[in-house]
Design a protein around this ligand. Structure first.
Ligand SMILES: [Zn+2]
Length: 456
């Protein structure tokens, strides 16, 4: 219906009216999802109780179902469910504003987040005060909503926020995520005093080196100093490096002028990188004195759609199989989850004669692995490593391993001068020698530091 507005069907004044009016069903839909989520939670808990689920496991798997239904991760599913309960059960005025489309879902999140550590009674008071202010909640922007909710909450219970600040230090952590142009963000969430001290130490290192004629920029010196002090290396570029490159023979050996030579290469734990950069790592690693680099190449099947299978009869996951699953799946295999892999799972349990091989071993995050043990959840492995997960309501979600590299079908590749790589080489055994020599011969008078295929 909404796609039916033709370019000439309305004038600009009507377009502005439409933009305004279309906010209302969005808010109303978010409110409806909140009500449905709360009802679903209550119903599922009753069903779990009736099925004899132990009290401490009641509620398990419900947020994950909300996430799957909304095509979000289990973590976001838990946030959706938490927000739904906070709005429906504790903040009737904010819920009413959302239902009528007077505020967005995000502003409802802000009200909830800023009042989360109050008692139930005080949450209701903030909710009522916000609604009763001139113009109501809809008169406030995002920053205003946040500040006003916080101001009322601080007045009602200043001690709750002091306690919250104390608890927050337990959430300190370090995270790594990709940045554009093959860089990464290494982020630390720290208590303010420690964060300021760490930053001051880095700026001081820059001041010291600048006094002795430093040519690098301030940012470069601080970044290098951070790496050097964390790793204990003398130079930041010397850090030991183990890179799992999922690479096709065309990307490695192909003519850079040809499309086949430009296929992206997959780096485990990061994502795709341009083929010329991967070739540079392979040919140049080892130039820095004392550096140690392990580049493990993993080849794709001849049609380049998957990493090739590898079998084992052992119940426990040997290191090579674990490594293979990490490389093949890269992220938790629950649809839309995308959390780092922590567990290698057997959809078909060992007790049910489930084998320990790559077809029966999706990589899962810790939370998803525990969720599928909840009442009413089932999983079974399909062909080609696909896993079908069925939730207590009977909804089935199929997850396929991601393609190893973003390639075109093999038939569209330009002619090659050597046969495709037929086997996977995830283990410590070297792969079959390539059809023509790799450009990796040791340099004269210089020890080879890039160990290929043989790293443990
Ligand atoms: Zn997961």
């Amino acid at each position: 219906m909404l796609t039916g507005f033709g370019a000439n069907a309305v004038d600009d004044a009507e377009r502005v009216d439409l933009l305004r009016r279309l906010e209302e069903p969005k808010g109303a839909a978010a409110a409806a999802q909140a009500r449905i989520s709360v009802d679903f939670d209550a119903s599922q808990r009753r069903a779990q109780e009736a099925a004899g689920t132990p009290a401490r496991q009641l509620g398990k798997g419900i947020a994950a179902q909300v996430g799957l239904a909304r095509r979000d991760s289990p973590v976001k599913g838990a946030r959706h469910l938490g927000l739904a309960k906070a709005l429906v059960l504790e903040r009737p005025h904010t819920m009413a504003a959302l239902s009528q489309g007077r505020i967005s879902e995000w502003r409802a999140v802000l009200v909830t987040r800023e009042t989360a550590c109050l008692s139930r009674q005080d949450r209701a008071r903030v909710d009522a005060e916000l609604a009763g202010r001139p113009g109501g909640l809809e008169a406030l922007g995002e920053a205003g909503t946040e500040a006003e909710a916080r101001r009322i909450a601080y007045r009602l219970d200043p001690y709750a926020f002091t306690e919250r600040a104390r608890r927050a230090t337990s959430e300190r952590c370090v995270t790594l995520r990709p940045a554009p142009e093959t860089m990464t963000y290494l982020t630390a969430l720290l208590p303010v005093t420690q964060g300021v001290a760490a930053y001051a130490a880095l700026t001081q290192a820059d001041d010291t080196s600048r006094a002795s004629g430093e040519e690098r920029s301030r940012g470069q010196v601080m970044a290098d100093t951070l790496v050097e002090r964390l790793t204990g290396q003398t130079h930041a570029a010397d850090v030991p490096l183990e890179v799992n490159l999922v690479i096709s023979d065309q990307a490695l050996l192909g003519d850079p002028e040809q499309t086949g030579g430009q296929e992206p290469v997959e780096v485990l734990g990061y994502g795709p990188v341009p083929a010329p950069l991967a070739r540079h790592w392979i040919t140049e690693t080892g130039l820095v004195p004392d550096s140690k680099a392990w580049l493990r190449r993993l080849f794709t099947s001849p049609d380049r759609t998957r990493l090739v299978d590898m079998d084992t009869r052992r119940r426990e996951f040997p290191a090579t199989l674990r490594r293979f699953i990490n490389v093949r799946d890269r992220r938790c295999r629950t649809p839309w989850c995308e959390a780092p892999i922590r567990h290698r799972d057997h959809p078909l349990r060992a007790a049910d004669k489930g084998p320990s091989n790559t077809l029966n071993s999706p990589g899962l995050c810790e939370a998803c692995n525990y969720t599928k043990e909840a009442t009413g959840w089932h999983a079974r492995g399909g062909h080609d490593g696909a896993v079908v997960t069925t939730t207590p309501t009977g909804h089935a979600y199929t997850s396929h391993p991601p393609p190893p590299i973003a390639t075109r079908p093999a038939v569209t590749q330009p002619p090659r001068h050597h046969p495709p790589k037929p086997t996977c080489t995830t283990c410590s055994e070297p792969p079959e020698p390539p059809a023509r020599p790799l450009p990796l011969a040791p340099r004269p008078h210089q020890p080879r530091r890039a160990r290929l295929n043989g790293a443990a």
